[in-house]
Ligand binder design. Structure first.
Ligand SMILES: Cc1ncc(COP(=O)(O)O)c(C=O)c1O
Length: 476
């Protein structure tokens, strides 16, 4: 065995030298990107060329260039022209909590493999439960992403509401959940993983605002029931992904109560609005939910990937993966400190450090300031679009997600989908701005998530000018 090699790998001198170098490099990167000095938000490259570059770099690249190349070849979420996917421009100090977690590598599954982060996790999740409006029976945990958290919540729902012991004995009849057709695809995926099949996902149509049409709940429930499907849960989106529209949580909560089904809120993106004094009313009814998901890496400025899954009754958090049937569970069983009993994953990162540090340093005021600013900006952007004859807004934004399209003034409706697809591809390859796209009821829209705390009206105005320029070139 080459002990010298192992000693080299663990050299604290190398760690310090590389650490200093990368912190310096990242600080320059942050300064340049947040102030918009870098001309590009993304240096677009095709997958084939990118693969060829890194394949070659492994043999021929200089190791000291590694981080610089990574910086060059990634999308810059800290750039004010980043208005793309729903991932945070991270608060820089959370890079340090991520690093501490990476070095200490306490796997968190059992208490002694993460004493501090386990206790910290409890402090943080209790604090979020309190903010939701839950009482002392509530509790939760952190897990690796909204997708996994939604699946876990639905497993808890099944355990709590289905009389038959599905966990141990498998299905003995068709089960179902109700969810808006606009919900994130991970809810669909979770239901399929749980064996509900397509028939078990009762999709409620959306209204003109792309929120769940709650007037149809009763009829969809009754139809499913008449087909022999036992519905055990309903999911509200807070908000849905494509348009950022919030479902009417208070109405869904009432419906769930009457039908005695589990009410889950997917607040992966906009659950953080509980912190916004101005916008929290949009979440009215959330405290009636049996479970709530909130992503730290979306609207709470943390690095991927960390999600809070909160339960109105913490007993459910404790027993999702228990071998015992729900009616056999011991009310007093509460070893909250052993994370692996509650989470889908066994090992997870010490993700609670990000949440705690931000609470400790800046308090809840940080999330109020951030969410409120971004939601306000979306309202302003919507007004700008409405004042512009060349653009059409898909729907009035309810969060920081704004969908719109270029319509020009003399274009046939049939040309518009292709034109907007072309605009988005041209913008991607140009790289000055980064935005995404979506299709709503067959119509192609450009889609922005205003995730960056440095994006202003000026950047958005420049974006519209750029789109107009690209569109005119494409038409001519
Ligand atoms: C509403 C909603 N739920 C769930 C998810 C999935 O969360 P994650 O990417 O953390 O797995 C997303 C992602 O965009 C989302 O918007």
């Amino acid at each position: 065995m080459d002990q010298a090699l192992l000693e080299k790998v663990f050299s604290t001198k190398d760690f310090k030298e590389w650490g200093n170098m990368i912190i310096t490099e990242l600080s320059v990167h942050l300064k340049n990107t947040t102030q918009g000095h870098n001309p590009k938000t993304i240096n677009w490259n095709t997958p084939e060329k990118e693969f060829a570059f890194w394949n070659d770099f492994l043999e021929n690249g200089k190791e000291q260039d590694f981080f610089e190349e990574v910086l060059k070849r990634t999308t810059h979420t800290h750039h004010p022209n980043y208005v793309g996917h729903q991932v945070a421009a991270t608060a820089p100090l959370t890079a340090l909590t991520a690093m501490v977690s990476a070095i200490l590598n306490n796997g968190m599954a059992v208490y002694e493999m993460g004493m501090a982060p386990s206790a910290i996790e409890q402090v943080v999740t209790d604090k979020i439960c309190h903010k939701i409006g839950y009482d002392e029976h509530s509790g939760g945990f952190l897990t690796s992403g909204g997708t996994l958290a939604n699946l876990t919540a639905l497993l808890s729902a099944r355990k709590a509401k289905v009389v038959h012991d599905v966990w141990n004995q498998g299905h003995n009849g068709p089960l179902g959940i109700m969810v808006s057709e606009e919900a994130h695809y991970c809810v669909d995926r979770a239901a399929k993983i749980m064996g509900l099949g397509t028939k078990g996902i009762i999709k409620i149509p959306s209204d003109n605002n792309y929120s769940m049409d709650v007037t149809q709940l009763e009829s969809y429930f009754n139809n499913a029931k008449s087909e022999g499907i036992e519905i055990f849960a309903i999911v509200g989106s807070a908000p849905s992904t494509a348009t950022g529209s919030y479902d009417k949580l208070h109405t869904i909560a009432k419906f769930a109560k009457v039908k005695n089904i589990w009410f889950h809120v997917d607040g992966a993106h906009g659950g953080a609005a509980i912190y916004s004094k101005k916008y929290k009313s949009i979440l009215e009814g959330i405290k009636e939910a049996d479970s709530v998901v909130i992503d730290g890496h979306k609207m709470m400025l943390m690095p991927t990937i960390t999600t809070a899954l909160l339960f109105k009754n913490k007993r459910h958090a404790q027993h999702t993966f228990s071998q015992k049937a729900d009616y056999l569970l011991d009310e007093n069983e509460n070893d909250w400190f052993n994370s692996g009993k509650k989470t889908f994953e066994c090992t997870k990162s010490m993700m609670s450090l990000h949440w705690y540090l931000l609470f400790k340093l800046y308090g809840e005021a940080l999330f109020d300031a951030f969410v409120t600013r971004q939601y306000d900006l979306a309202q302003e952007f919507a007004r700008m679009l409405q004042e512009h004859n060349d653009f059409e807004l898909a729907v009035r934004p309810m969060s920081n997600i704004v969908c719109f399209r270029y319509v020009g003034d003399q274009l046939e409706p049939g040309q518009l989908n292709d034109l907007n697809i072309k605009i988005r591809q041209t913008l991607l390859e140009d790289g000055a701005f980064y935005l995404v796209q979506t299709k709503l009821k067959g119509v192609h829209y450009l889609r922005t998530s205003l995730m960056n705390p440095f994006t202003t009206r000026v950047h958005l105005s420049q974006l519209l000018e750029k789109i107009k320029h690209v569109a005119l070139l494409a038409i001519s």
